[in-house]
Design a protein. Structure first.
Length: 198
């Protein structure tokens, strides 16, 4: 992130404690390191390394960088992330881990991520917001994930663009700050610095 690409003006309190987590893969030509994911059509897979980083939104410099084999799934690195209370962490859907989501919640850290389509949950409550024209703008659900002894309450927000029938579903443990949710996925086009990759 370039310095001049970050928002200018007075920062809101939650913006000062906003962090981003993502990873990228460096492909190696020799099959030294195992790669994660499906094989390409060629039937061959190259080895590689994965670079994981956590960056503060208004700083633009990684707080920490970890290198793993490409076979290491992103969510395993989430347990290494420890942020101050009242911080917010944005990340892509590869980091879904109920145990770590519950840990973040207990530590007073909020998270926002895109929700995987195949997640199973129990719906606790649901509110639908409709525009004056009768179009559904977004739905806001309180849900519960259960996996073994782990129970995690979360917020499922589905947003529709005014110009599209497609929607984006966000998952968060933030039940209060609607401004943050909208900022992350404003009109399905989040600011480049907050883009949550598929």
């Amino acid at each position: 992130m370039l310095a001049d690409s970050r928002p200018k003006g007075e920062q809101k309190t939650w913006e000062k404690l906003l962090y981003m987590m993502d990873s990228t893969m460096i492909t190696l030509f020799d099959n030294i390191l195992k790669e994660v994911g499906r094989h390409p059509k060629s039937g061959k897979k190259k080895g590689g390394m994965k670079v994981h980083t956590v960056m503060k939104y208004h700083v633009g410099v990684p707080m920490g960088v970890q290198l793993t084999s490409a076979a290491t799934h992103d969510h395993y690195l989430l347990k290494e992330v420890h942020l101050p209370k009242d911080a917010t962490l944005t990340m892509n859907r590869a980091y879904v881990d109920y145990a770590q989501f519950q840990r973040l919640t207990e530590e007073g850290v909020c998270y926002v991520t895109k929700m995987k389509k195949n997640l199973t949950y129990k719906e606790l409550s649901s509110v639908t917001y409709v525009s004056p024209d009768g179009l559904v703008m977004h739905t806001d659900k309180k849900i519960l994930f259960e996996k073994g002894e782990i129970m995690h309450k979360a917020r499922r927000v589905e947003l529709w663009s005014n110009n599209s029938h497609k929607s984006v579903v966000l998952l968060s443990n933030n039940f209060k700050n609607d401004e943050l949710i909208i900022m992350v996925e404003k009109e399905n086009s989040p600011p480049k610095e907050l883009e949550l990759f598929d």
